[in-house]
Write a protein that binds this ligand. Sequence first.
Ligand code: HSE
Length: 412
Amino acid sequence: MINTAILGYGTVGSGIAEVLTMNGELIAKRAGDRLEIKHILDLRDFPGDPFESIITHDFEDILNDDSIKIVAEVMGGVEPAYTFTKKLLQKGVSVVTSNKELVAAHGPELIAIAASTNANYNFEASVGGGIPIIRPINTSFTADEILEISGILNGTTNFILTKMTAEGTSFDVALKEAQDLGYAERNPEADIKGFDPCRKIAILASLVLGKTVDYNDIYTEGIDKITPVDLEYVKKLNCALKLVASLKLLDEGVFVKVTPLMIPMAHPLSMVNDSYNAVFVKGNAVENTMFYGRGAGKLPTASACVADMVDSARNLGKNVKIDWSSEKVQLMPLDNTPVNALIRVKYNSEKDARNACSEVFSGCKFATLNHCFDEFAVLVENETEGSLSEKCAALKEKSAVSDIANIIRFEN
Ligand code: HSE
């Protein structure tokens, strides 16, 4: 028997207990021994819960129990999770986590501590919920230079965009449903404003490059400015709108961005709906690969945590190398990065505004919506973020143009 503990008995923590109960025999066979939950740390009491008797409010009960070999930290947030994880790893206890905030902020330090005490720090559930993506990057793509990762890495926003597009559901109603289903963060701004996928792509990019991509350096836009009219243009152009986090290695350097992106229906990412996530990975030898599955939710996320616990059990007393140093990656300045965009132009005079657009963006294309009498959209390609901003500013100065209602980036 291998004694384990869970820090945090919320959606994911209770999911871990459920998976370990539901699949206990199979898991024991695969881990080589039974994984027993000896303590669960939470501030709350859980009267009537099957694990009520092992709930503790004191972390020291776990830290001072020398029989504990593996801990699942699923509290979320940086503190106290950081302090607890550090103490456990320093003691040689392996830790698994779904905590993307902590991994993005302190990953290399915690990985190094685990290596120094022959323990393991595994975080498969921190990106893409139940989708295996961390382990493939660590073990399956080691022959390749990875050139691109593009992912739908947030279940909540994908659920909201899917509902708004397919059913015309309002933003607030779709968000409430995502919260009820346990997808959203405690503060849903982390989802809506893109901070959550920003941390997730920072983790993937750091693993790909073996150095730290600081999430503070990543240009991030969420879906909070997306309106039903934006979605009408997207539909009319036979595309889907997704919140996409991407890493690209170009000759000029590395760029990482999180933005809403209009994707043609022929692209596999366009078909990823509801709380599903998908990660597209392109390597210089393997070429194009794609990983797909539930990106949020109780049992899918718990599945990834428990799989990491099994991995830790198989490697008790032996550290499995993760290549991620604290050296910081210098990203390309945002202004130099390539972009295509749909620009919603509000006009005073349609004819003059179209001429102004053609003057500023030579070769641009136009799209219109039947019921919008004071605007059209301009589609521009092969700009940089810098040239796009400058040209949009120039366009706004034209007397025929009254405003720019929104700018939505797109993939070809
Ligand atoms: N709030 C996150 C999401 C949970 O919606 O994807 C999984 O990380």
